[in-house]
Ligand binder design. Structure first.
Ligand code: ATP
Ligand code: AMP
Ligand code: MG
Length: 182
């Protein structure tokens, strides 16, 4: 089975994934890691530069990553429903990526926009954009629309999990239970 976990930058996907893979027999694969490996050949040094590349280049890297992930099984993919780029929202899972991966479950991790804004500010390991809490709210809404479209194309279920401030363990437990139930 393949599960796709998404959410706006800084919502806590990778933090939650660390906990979930301790509980389950799944390997977590980060979509951005696979794109970054290839992007380095273009002189990209860090993962937060990928979304600033021309959108055609991002689509190329994305296609390559999707096709690679299609060859794996029993994985949880840490990625994005949509990426905010200088030329608009890029779908994280266009049809050709979805059909390569064939996920069974699509997870949206969400949190209060103000909390996400603070998490971004406090995390000095990354170069996340300053969207403002209104921008984050809109991005989270957009992600729900993208998730609905992806669900209709694949038949995958959609799960929404709230990552409340200071309550990572609760989100990990809930998501682990949902995955165990299939
Ligand atoms: P990106 O898409 O940019 O990779 P992400 O969704 O993977 O972001 P993380 O790197 O997991 O986000 O988390 C961002 C920051 O938020 C980290 O510093 C993390 O420790 C913190 N964080 C995650 N969950 C919570 C929570 N429930 N309460 C408080 N802080 C949290
Ligand atoms: P992350 O560490 O999850 O933020 O991933 C790093 C970067 O990889 C993101 O900021 C995006 O630019 C890119 N990325 C991740 N997943 C996708 C995807 N499904 N489609 C396009 N770009 C992606
Ligand atoms: Mg992450």
């Amino acid at each position: 089975m393949k599960i796709i976990v998404t959410g706006v930058p800084g919502v806590g996907k990778s933090t939650i994934m660390n906990g979930v893979c301790e509980n389950l027999n799944y390997r977590v694969v980060n979509f951005g890691d696979i794109m970054l490996e290839k992007a380095k050949e273009l002189g990209i040094k860090n993962r937060d530069e990928i979304r600033k590349l021309p959108s055609e280049k991002q689509r190329e890297l994305q296609k390559m990553a999707g096709e690679y992930l299609g060859t794996l099984d029993n994985i949880i993919i840490d990625t994005h429903m949509s990426i905010k780029t200088p030329s608009g929202f890029l779908p994280g899972l266009p049809e050709w990526v979805l059909m390569a991966i064939r996920p069974s479950m699509l997870v949206l991790i969400e949190a209060d926009p103000e909390n996400i804004e603070n998490r971004r500010k406090k995390d000095s390991t990354r170069y996340r954009d300053d969207e403002g809490s209104k921008g984050i709210e809109m991005h989270q809404n957009m992600n729900r629309y993208f998730a609905a479209a992806c669900s209709v194309i694949t038949g995958a279920t959609v799960v929404i999990i709230k990552n409340e401030e200071g309550k990572v363990n609760e989100a990990v437990e809930l998501l682990s239970r949902m995955i165990k139930n299939g």
